[in-house]
Write a protein that binds this ligand. Structure first.
Ligand SMILES: [Zn+2]
Ligand SMILES: [Zn+2]
Length: 507
């Protein structure tokens, strides 16, 4: 497999250098309000180069904490608008690695929640870009379903050919695919044939020049490197971001900025030279066992060797010690045995091991087929599973169903399941995730209704949600503004200027 170590982009962007930020009077910016360390919208009223500070006028006319140092001021667009290619390149480097091919590394140390870079899409392939083509593919898919189960990958490959220049198509062709020499499969051949026979007003020239092998390569490039669009049935492809390898303990997290820009943030403190990784799996799948994660990652045709997948013992698959009923046993990665019980020191005999693993398999399948609306059934399976398992991801899955099922009418039970979700998340994967942040926020919501007097506890839940969301999507994002406003309400009664302030900042 020959892959270039770095790829030259087609469009060299001419954009201002991002060296030292120059502020001037009248600039509209976000600045840190020392009252609560959140960023708010304001206008610069005075620039003091000597002590590197600005004086700002807050949009809500608050008169406190108006002097802010340079590094606590940011352009509103800095966190949401795509950076220039050269600025991204100063921040992150693509390097060939021995085991994983090309990967992405940071050139600078990053604090948790810091923006690593913001990248614009190479192409957003939505049905509206080529409606006739979309319709045509849907018809083919309807007549005989495509093996990928959707037309989006083939559609995106064809849209690339129709809308991009040769250099940009080259960038896509350069993306990772498991087999660069893949022969055109049945679907690719069929689509190409259909388009050449009845081109439904498509740009016939580009399509007729497309050979099966090139088409196949583009389809695979989209399949292994694109992201589902966050609003519509379509795909988005990024250049630098697609060099980000997967990890089940990713060093980065991401959210969407303006015009489908990809905002990459560090999820934890990073040193210069650390690898930038994201999770190809959804947050909830990061809470499933190593075996389940590995199986899901087969979609991308690789075996994950991340720190979590390399652990000798899987602590997301706990079973109760059958002897003392107090200790929890965790299986070895090899699956043939359990660790010793830390309470009674015993180890189940091999026939028990086989029985436990068999039962676990049965429960995994049972949980997979649960009907979320049949709460009584879920409750029964849950009750029976509690007898055998503890700190097990299948309990987490059922806690989630039961939390959602009970939150309207049976808040007390719902809260208990929510607490158990938080406990498991923290036990198995203790990093900020949207799931964990929202668990805390929702628990805070319930507390406010059920136990309004436990102010310290409510504040704690909203604070945790706020802090995690600030890392995940920034302190000015609307997700983050939500727990922040609740926090303020709980601490200061119900109405105040900061609540409006928070809304502004989150917009
Ligand atoms: Zn992994
Ligand atoms: Zn024991």
């Amino acid at each position: 497999m020959t892959r270039q170590c770095d790829q030259t982009d087609s469009k060299e962007e001419v954009e201002a250098d991002d060296g030292e930020q120059k502020w001037k009077v009248g600039d509209r910016v976000y600045a840190l309000w020392a009252g609560n360390s959140c960023y708010y919208v304001c206008t610069i009223a005075e620039v003091r180069e000597k002590d590197r500070k600005v004086v700002v006028t807050w949009d809500d006319a608050d008169t406190s904490h108006r002097t802010v140092s340079f590094d606590q001021v940011m352009r509103p667009s800095d966190e949401t608008t795509a950076w220039s290619k050269s600025r991204i390149e100063r921040r992150a480097t693509v390097r060939q690695t021995e085991q994983k091919g090309r990967c992405l590394f940071t050139n600078e140390a990053c604090e948790p929640g810091q923006v690593v870079f913001v990248e614009r899409p190479l192409l957003v392939a939505l049905p509206a870009v080529a409606p006739k083509l979309w319709e045509c593919l849907q018809k083919l898919h309807g007549a005989q379903p495509l093996n990928l189960g959707t037309v989006t990958f083939h559609f995106a490959a064809l849209v690339s050919v129709l809308t991009l220049d040769a250099a940009d198509i080259g960038v896509i062709r350069d993306k990772y695919v498991p087999d660069p020499d893949e022969e055109p499969n049945e679907d690719v051949t069929r689509i190409l044939q259909a388009l050449q026979d009845a081109p439904c007003e498509l740009a016939k020239e580009q399509i007729s020049k497309l050979d099966g092998k090139s088409f196949q390569r583009l389809v695979s490039a989209w399949r292994y490197n694109s992201f589902g669009h966050h609003k519509e049935d379509g795909l988005v492809l990024y250049n630098r971001i697609s060099m980000c390898a997967h990890s089940c303990d990713p060093t980065c997290c991401w959210s969407y900025g303006d015009e489908d820009a990809f905002v990459l943030r560090s999820r934890m403190a990073l040193d210069k030279g650390d690898e930038l990784t994201i999770s190809y799996l959804q947050d909830e799948d990061l809470l499933k066992s190593t075996a389940v994660r590995q199986q899901k990652l087969q979609n991308w045709k690789f075996t994950c060797m991340c720190p979590r997948c390399s652990l000798k013992v899987d602590v997301g698959r706990g079973v109760r010690c059958q002897r003392c009923r107090v200790g929890i046993l965790y299986p070895q990665a090899t699956n043939a045995s359990f660790e010793l019980c830390r309470v009674c020191g015993s180890c189940p005999p091999s026939e028990d091991v086989a029985m436990l693993l068999h039962m676990e398999e049965e429960y995994v399948q049972r949980v997979d087929t649960l009907d979320k609306k049949d709460l009584e059934d879920v409750q029964q399976v849950y009750q029976a599973a509690l007898d055998i398992f503890e700190n097990h991801w299948i309990l987490y899955v059922m806690d989630t169903i039961l939390w959602e099922g009970h939150r309207q009418k049976n808040v007390m039970d719902a809260m208990e399941h929510q607490r158990r979700r938080i406990d498991f998340h923290q036990h198995y994967y203790f990093r900020p995730t949207f799931i964990l942040a929202w668990c805390h926020e929702e628990l805070g919501d319930c507390m406010m209704v059920q136990f309004p007097a436990r102010k310290w506890h409510i504040v704690q839940e909203f604070q945790r949600a706020y802090q995690m969301l600030a890392v995940l999507c920034g302190s000015t994002h609307q997700y983050t503004a939500s727990p922040y406003n609740k926090l303020w309400q709980v601490s200061n009664g119900t109405s105040n200027s900061a609540a409006t302030n928070g809304t502004t900042a989150g917009g």
